[in-house]
Ligand binder design. Structure first.
Ligand SMILES: [Fe+2]
Length: 132
């Protein structure tokens, strides 16, 4: 299973859970690629995938929130935008410093931990609204 993924992060919404698992899998692949000093082409390919996937995943969540009139929509969306900026920052770091230890640590501590905390608090909070 993907690095950092735990089954207690499941929300019970199949579409979202599958996307979350894919995000953990790909950030894990990024970690592995950097740790094993894989070719720059592969790291760039992962960044390109994540760029698109992160946006389409957040769009899917935001559509769900709007469909059920979720009250914390704006705050939740703000957090998504913050994550997109962090991904930009990670890419900048890669461009400037390459795939060193510091990129591995940032991916782990910033991206994967952010996702974990966000799913635990923010994403799970949407579920009761969808069930109504
Ligand atoms: Fe979210």
């Amino acid at each position: 299973m993907a690095i950092g993924w735990r089954d207690d992060l499941l929300t019970g919404i199949r579409e979202i859970d599958d996307q979350h698992k894919e995000l953990f899998r790909r950030f894990g692949d990024l970690l592995t690629a950097c740790r094993e000093e894989k070719a720059a082409k592969e790291v760039l390919r992962l960044f390109m995938f994540l760029d698109e996937y992160v946006i389409s995943h957040f769009n899917a969540e935001e559509r769900l929130m709007l469909s059920c009139g979720y009250r914390e929509y704006l705050e939740h969306k703000r957090q998504h935008q913050q994550f997109v900026r962090q991904l930009e920052e990670l890419k900048r770091k890669y461009r400037d410093e390459g795939a060193g230890l510091s990129l591995v640590i940032t991916t782990n501590q910033v991206m994967i931990e952010w996702l974990t905390r966000h799913i635990e608090k923010m994403d799970k909070d949407i579920v009761p609204f969808l069930r109504k």
